[in-house]
Design a protein. Structure first.
Length: 134
């Protein structure tokens, strides 16, 4: 297969963009909570610091997962297709944007071009059988 199919490019781009947006929003949310905790004062400080740090860490981990999935998709990794489908399903309840993106991703993953892309990747990794020894 010459080049990357358009549906594969689309899925990888969606995951990359969501990953980078997620990183930016996680940093803003985490820092915002930490700053709010400092501004409010003593009793709220610890709670806001903890929630801000947890938001930051989990948001960045989730975002990096999207970027990692995009890389795997472009490299024809079967695990990336499975993970991408799971992430697409998890997007569906996020009405309206997550639902639209999740549907697009799922349609693209189950398209014939995409199936051929991942099958080509799985067959290119498997070495040919060794000749029988006499």
């Amino acid at each position: 297969m010459n080049g990357i199919p358009s549906k594969i490019k689309t899925n990888a781009t969606i995951f990359k963009v969501l990953g980078w947006i997620g990183i930016i929003l996680s940093i803003l949310a985490g820092l915002g909570m930490i700053i709010a905790g400092i501004a409010i004062g003593d009793e709220a400080l610890i709670m806001f610091l903890i929630f801000g740090f947890v938001s930051l860490v989990f948001g960045i981990i989730g975002s990096l997962l999207n970027i990692f999935t995009a890389s795997g998709i472009l490299n024809k990794k079967g695990w990336a297709k499975i993970l991408g489908i799971i992430l697409a399903i998890l997007m569906l309840p996020s009405i309206p944007i997550g639902t639209i993106l999740g549907i697009i991703l799922l349609i693209n993953f189950f398209d014939n071009e995409s199936k051929a892309w991942f099958e080509e990747g799985s067959t290119s990794v498997v070495p040919p059988p060794a000749p029988p020894t006499v």
